[in-house]
Design a binder for this molecule. Structure first.
Ligand code: NI
Length: 395
């Protein structure tokens, strides 16, 4: 068995992978409700033979390809959920589930990893290998608290040495593949602040404790954390995204509700921010005679790729497609719960270009007209297969 023969399998498998992707695209399901999707994936995996297929949670699937002797264990993860978006693509395989759409490409991720599982399951029925390849089809990437932590609690990472995963990218041309070592995505935490003042007549502000005036100071002072209280070389976003108060032009409202998000990449900075926020909120409300409630909820962890595994995957991409088709991912303050697996073991999350300007595949993720160039499926399968070859020293 050679890597070359497996890679040529990918080209033969491509039409089938497209069928899987289109079926899932036509039947999308929301996070934590991937009932038919997980059944569909399970049935396909069972048809390959050689795989130990299980259901770690109600709507997720795991398949293990276990070698003839013990060795290193590589996990490959795909997310399987869709979004609450009304599709507007006019594709022949558009969503048949009103108001639900695969608008982030998770249908493609699933098809790619199914293809990789099929090819390895077939080859290892006649070839021996040491170790294990574990395929993780994870539910609920799009909706915090996310499916990854549930799957890890169910034991999917037990005995695993490395993890790799990938995300399709419609803003990047098909054929390009991106990797970055180190921090890639942020932690998307959320907060809620209530300021309780004292309402009253707007003509007599001295008889009130103006929750809006205090709330406005809190909004501007929170930026002090970003601008003055933290290291400028460590990225941080603090955004107040909701400010709800009042109902009349002549009434000072008794309270203000604020909601927002904090994004960070350094775990220690992330731990520090809620304390600094509360200090500002406490100080300003105390100064003006109001009271506050502050709730801070941790979202997914920052996504930090391992340098060595990232380099191995980057080298693999160059060998497969040439230097010109490898790009370095620019870190962003978006998030993905693949970070939960990377918190367990080293690994990398790479990006697969799926855009095509000439074909009109130009819409961003989470857009009603989002689509992918399906040639990206073969690109993704090849990167996973060749990287697995290296990590598990197959040949
Ligand atoms: Ni996504």
């Amino acid at each position: 068995m050679t890597l070359q023969s497996l890679l040529s399998e990918v080209d033969m498998l491509q039409p089938e992978a497209i069928q899987w992707r289109r079926y899932m695209h036509q039947h999308p399901e929301l996070s934590f409700h991937e009932k038919l999707t997980s059944q569909y994936i399970e049935q396909i995996l069972l048809s390959f033979g050689n795989l130990l297929v299980s259901r770690p949670t109600a709507t997720s699937v795991m398949a293990r390809l276990i070698g003839s002797s013990s060795g290193k264990v590589l996990a490959i993860r795909a997310d399987i959920d869709a979004l609450p978006i009304q599709e507007d693509t006019n594709l022949s395989f558009s969503s048949t589930n009103d108001g639900v759409m695969h608008a982030c490409g998770h249908d493609g991720h699933t098809a790619i990893v199914l293809g990789v599982a099929k090819i390895f399951a077939k080859y290892f029925s006649t070839h021996e290998f040491s170790g294990e390849i574990r395929f993780i089809f994870q539910h609920a990437e799009e909706l915090p608290p996310g499916g990854a932590d549930e799957m890890i609690a169910a034991g999917v990472m037990e005995g695993v040495d490395w993890v790799i995963g990938a995300h399709l990218q419609s803003p990047v041309a098909v054929g390009k593949v991106g990797v970055v070592g180190g921090a890639m995505l942020a932690s998307p935490d959320t907060f809620h602040i209530t300021i309780n003042g004292k309402g009253g007549h707007a003509a007599q502000p001295h008889t009130t404790v103006d929750s809006i005036a205090i709330g406005a100071q809190i909004v501007t002072n929170l930026q002090h954390i970003v601008a003055r209280a933290t290291n400028p070389l460590e990225p941080l976003v603090v955004s107040v995204t909701q400010f709800i108060a009042g109902h009349a032009h002549n009434v000072i409202p008794g309270s203000v509700q604020m909601t927002g998000t904090v994004r960070a990449m350094e775990p220690t900075l992330r731990e520090e921010v809620p304390r600094q926020m509360e200090q500002i909120i406490k100080g300003l409300t105390l100064a003006h005679g109001a009271e506050y409630e502050f709730k801070y909820s941790y979202g997914y962890r920052p996504l930090i790729n391992d340098a060595n595994v990232s380099k191995l995957v980057a080298d693999t991409i160059v060998e497969l497609f040439g230097e010109d088709n490898l790009y370095t991912i620019k870190p962003s303050m978006a998030a993905d719960d693949f970070s939960a697996y990377l918190n367990c073991v080293p690994g990398t999350y790479f990006n697969i270009g799926a855009g095509n300007v000439e074909a009109g595949i130009v819409y961003p993720h989470h857009h009603p007209k989002f689509d992918i160039d399906e040639r990206s499926l073969a690109v993704g399968m090849k990167v996973f297969i060749a990287s697995t070859f290296k990590l598990l020293s197959l040949a």
